[in-house]
Design a protein around this ligand. Sequence first.
Ligand code: URA
Length: 407
Amino acid sequence: MPRTVITLAHPFDFAGWRIATRDLAGRHVPPDTITWQVAPPGSTPPAPTPDENRQPFSIPRDTMQLAADVLQSTLPDRFTLAYGLIYAHVTGTPLDAADLGRINEAAETVSAETQHLRQNLPTFMKREGEDSEWRGTLDSRTYAPESNARFITYQLSLAPWRLVLPEREICWNGTSLLHGPHGAPAPLSFGSLPPPALPLVTDLDIERITSLRAVALAARTCLICPMARQATQTVFGEGRPGARMMFVGEQPGDREDLAGRPFVGPAGQLFDRALEEAGIRREDTYVTNTVKHFKFQRRGTRRIHEKAGRDEIRACAPWLAAERRILRPQVLVMLGATAASALLGRTVTIGRERSRAIELDDGATGLVTVHPSFLLRLPDEAGRAREYARFVADLRLAASHVMPVGT
Ligand code: URA
């Protein structure tokens, strides 16, 4: 059989590989008769002309993602391996066991590296000032972070960035994405890259996730609302998986956004003190927010908290619902009007609803109280002391609705 030569636009050209694969696998062209090569940087390969005689076929989503994962590895024969996977599916021939092993291994590496990159982005991307580009170094020789370029660009609010790898660099100059040898990267289109190894949250059926760890991990890649593109990271709830009390605030603040943990800033410190006075150990509870990203306005170097709006609350509602569904707390404490309105599904005025047990539709007891940052804002000391005491009393009341262990 004559050899078929396919020239791809760049070393991670998923779009080009997919067009060629649809054509070749549709004509049952065996993998060992195809040579995959990459066009020299800066040149454009001729557009493929699919054969009229090919048979259309469909590929299960998981199989196509596995192929996409392999194409995010730096294995020299990744195009052949990924094609072999699709060819085996289309023709019904068994895939070579050694190839399958290598495919799975590559996919695992890619998934771990993707996770590592996303989790550590806030720590390894740095910039000297507001006008300079974000810069980071990644010592990875097995993985192509190009597929996470869109994720990085959103996370850094579309500001210019550069990621330096051992033999190449990827950069976003504010308008275009480029990659290639150090100092001479060539344009790259987001659309040509393989879909990232970790699904973006819109691809997930949140309702089917059954562990808090998994749901927290899925929320890390959530880009549903614009806040997610602006904030440093998703701040998910945390606490004991079997906690009987769950506290829900509004949204992470500046400190929480940087730390990636809820209620660790000034309001959190006051909350911790009140919990202690009420005889509640925070580590026995679960603490979260209605909205999982920090919403702010930039003023110079400061980031000023902005109230979460209806759209953001709606976008985050599946996460909060998942936390409730998985944790099944006995008592749900709503800290402030945003949490109370989101959870009770109506506009809540704190003064009218606070300090009384509310039966919730899942059988839990709800209790509305003030948000700790309300206490921080009170101007006079006497008022602050009075309101603080009421807050502690609310926390005690909430704790009194927790059934003793064994009941
Ligand atoms: N305010 C909140 O509502 N949540 C936090 O995590 C911090 C401040």
